[in-house]
Design a protein. Structure first.
Ligand code: G3H
Ligand code: 13P
Ligand code: ZN
Ligand code: NA
Length: 280
């Protein structure tokens, strides 16, 4: 069923758990998330990033909208990593409940000004706004201390950013990365997360962590305790799908059904880990 993105996150805040936002590429992905959510009695967020939107077009969004309406549990639809104004303005008309302004490649001032502008437009449409401060660092093993620290979210900037942009959710960079973590494992600055949480809590803004694929369960749980309310998951689900597709099989219906099951299993496991199972 449809629920406002605001209520979805408010419930997570009250319940002390996080909601998974899973990147969608096609029909099987949509069905895998909804099936996992119904099985787990969990809320869920379907998210589409610009590359997937370009590929799947309006039918992909329509598929998410219809699946969300028919789902037995609360499901919302999010535009992930909108990094140009054109992209974001187009996304305003498509049926998303929320969007991310990704100004992480911009300077702080430019990011603030872009997010502020997009936030007015999105709010006028009743959509919630997520933005990112700092920059997700690479997965390189040989990142210097300076390079690592340059990517982290600054606490004072976070406060100013939230006040100026009127945003609803803040994606923070505490050493989290898209895709795989370095072979040495994730280095998350939980002390920084705690400071950022103090700011976002005071302002009534939800804390978001991108790059959840590859984070070990203990670390995920620690992040939830420290206030993360939305985790973005892409790589692990995508890998499950692609690995399954590589298995031999002649009947495409069966191949796709297996691939969907493979995604669903990963998603269900994340829902349990995020504590959203049983919370629909
Ligand atoms: O967040 C943006 C895309 O989902 C990229 O994720 O690092 O798994 O390709 P990826
Ligand atoms: P992962 O690919 O590491 O799960 O990150 C997903 C993400 O942040 C999508 O916005
Ligand atoms: Zn991301
Ligand atoms: Na990751």
């Amino acid at each position: 069923c449809k629920i406002s993105r605001k209520d979805l996150l408010l419930n997570a805040e009250k319940g002390g758990y996080a909601v998974g936002a899973f990147n969608i590429y096609n029909l099987e992905g949509v069905e895998a998330v909804v099936a996992a959510a119904e099985e787990q009695n969990s809320p869920a967020i379907l998210q589409i990033h610009p590359g997937a939107l370009k590929q799947g077009g309006l039918p992909l969004v329509a598929c998410c909208v219809s699946a969300a309406e028919q789902a037995k549990v609360p499901v919302t639809i999010h535009f992930d990593h909108g990094s140009s104004k054109t992209e974001i303005i187009e996304a305003l008309e498509l049926g998303f409940d929320s969007l991310m302004v990704d100004g992480s490649n911009l300077t702080f001032k430019e990011n603030l000004s872009c997010t502020k502008q997009m936030s007015v437009l999105a709010h006028a449409k009743g959509m919630l706004v997520e933005a990112e401060l700092g920059r997700l660092s690479g997965t390189e093993d040989d990142l210097t201390v300076e390079e690592y620290e340059a990517c982290l979210t600054d606490v004072a900037q976070a406060e100013e950013f939230i006040d100026e942009t009127n945003l609803d959710a803040l994606a923070v960079c505490i050493g989290n990365v898209h895709g795989n973590y370095p072979s040495s494992g994730p280095r998350l600055r939980l002390d920084l997360l705690k400071e950022l949480r103090a700011v976002t809590k005071k302002k009534g803004v939800s804390l978001v962590l991108h790059g959840a694929s590859g984070l070990p369960p203990e670390l995920i749980k620690e992040c939830i305790k420290l206030g993360v309310r939305k985790f973005n998951v892409n790589t692990e689900v995508r890998n499950a799908y692609m690995e399954s597709l590589r298995k031999p099989g002649k009947d495409l219906v069966h191949v796709l059904a297996s691939a969907k099951e493979a995604m669903k299993a990963v998603i269900a496991e994340k829902m349990q880990l995020f504590g959203s199972s049983g919370k629909a």
